[in-house]
Design a protein around this ligand. Structure first.
Ligand SMILES: NC(=O)c1ccc[n+]([C@@H]2O[C@H](COP(=O)([O-])OP(=O)(O)OC[C@H]3O[C@@H](n4cnc5c(N)ncnc54)[C@H](O)[C@@H]3O)[C@@H](O)[C@H]2O)c1
Length: 352
């Protein structure tokens, strides 16, 4: 009864590491994985070691998603050796014209689906969720997306998910995700929260090759870019931006969904949440310690700031995938208890 099966959509920087981390979680079996090129399904459990070894040099971070709203087909960012692209390099996978549909068709045996897909089109993850609902899927869907506006698009589908029997958990990576949950917990000392400041540090030297999708999406947060212009950047242009910054980019006032996720959990107003951080692609050491500061007023009239910090040794991959799979398991428990609809990481913490 406690056993859970899950599928990963997207075997790029995040999806591959999610499969690896799942090996360290109790009673969680990966049974399906896909990228744009193909799909692997085995209800006895995927051989994760084989899949990771075979795809090590074949990670697909191409810009295109499914060709929806204005996707470019730029063939950039593909790390490839040999004939077979992406997940198809694994002997467990085969090429597919529509790998996501193949997973929907096997949804009966899948308790949860982790969407480790790109966010170059804001409606890609919501549209993918629609396909699961329309395909009769009844289970958990969970994403690690970052942008605030996508949460509204998922909220609009709340009734549809409830009717379908889907428990959708949104924004459940590191930030949003782990840090949003930490802010919700830190807020419990207060009767009124006046400010939440999230400041992250990521050092990505050895992980850079595998996480170019995430770096491109981060560049879209710089004031001179947006998701469309970042999507159209060539690899050489991205390298030039990184060179201009000596490999260290500082972000301020980011559109990160921690704000709307804390507001929908009743913790504070979205406008009182600030997210920024520093990305260093030339060092593995974090350029700054990831810190969450929650300021508020206690019931007995004191004003204080509760602070939560991540250890500098924890990698971005550890801080995204550990929480994502932890929230996935929390989602399966809710789904089995008949709770459907849209939930954020703060709502799965003590209430406010
Ligand atoms: N919340 C957080 O803390 C956090 C941190 C890092 C990354 N992220 C997010 O995680 C997401 C994934 O990032 P990444 O670095 O792994 O990206 P990536 O580009 O490395 O991988 C994306 C994967 O999706 C697959 N894909 C694309 N279109 C597809 C389709 N139509 N069908 C099937 N598969 C398809 C690609 O083939 C690839 O395997 C991004 O949206 C990123 O913003 C969140």
């Amino acid at each position: 009864m406690n056993e859970m099966t899950f599928a990963v959509l997207g075997t790029g920087g995040i999806g591959r590491r999610a499969l690896e981390v799942s090996q360290h979680k109790d009673a969680l079996t990966p049974v399906a994985a896909c990228d744009r090129h193909g799909v692997a399904v085995d209800f006895d459990g995927l051989d994760v070691d084989e899949l990771l070894a075979a795809t090590e040099g074949n990670i697909d971070n191409e810009v295109a998603t499914d060709g929806g709203t204005g996707a470019t087909a730029a063939e950039s960012g593909v790390k490839q050796h040999g004939e077979r692209k992406g997940v198809v390099a694994s002997s467990q996978a085969r090429p597919s014209e529509d790998p996501i549909q193949e997973i929907i068709d096997r949804g009966d045996g899948i308790d949860a689906v982790l969407l480790a897909l790109p966010n170059y089109e804001h409606d890609f993850i919501p549209r993918t969720a629609d396909r699961f609902a329309e395909g009769g899927y009844e289970g958990v869907m969970i994403d690690v997306l970052k942008r605030s506006r996508v949460i509204d698009m998922l909220d609009d589908r709340s009734d549809q998910f409830e009717e379908a029997g889907i428990t959708f958990i949104c924004g459940a990576g590191a930030t949003p995700g782990l840090l949003t949950g930490a802010a919700a917990l830190a807020a419990q000392s207060f009767v009124e929260v006046t400010a939440v400041d999230i400041w992250w540090g990521v050092g990505l030297k050895s992980g850079y090759e595998d996480n170019r999708g995430t770096v491109r999406e981060d560049i879209a947060h710089l004031p001179e870019y947006d998701i469309e212009t970042a999507r159209d950047l060539s690899e050489a242009e991205i390298e030039a931006i990184l060179d201009d910054h000596d490999g260290v980019i500082e972000f301020e006032d980011m559109e990160h969904a921690d704000d709307v996720l804390l507001e929908r959990a009743g913790i504070c107003d979205a406008e009182d949440v600030e997210v920024g951080g520093v990305l260093d692609v030339r060092n593995d050491e974090k350029p700054t310690t990831t810190t969450v500061r929650v300021t508020g007023r206690t019931f007995d009239g004191e004003t204080a700031t509760n602070t939560f910090q991540l250890g500098d040794e924890t990698s971005m991959e550890a801080n995204v995938n550990g929480p994502a799979l932890g929230y996935l398991k929390a989602g399966v428990r809710r789904n089995r208890a008949g709770e459907y609809g849209v939930f954020g990481p703060a709502e799965l913490m003590p209430g406010f």
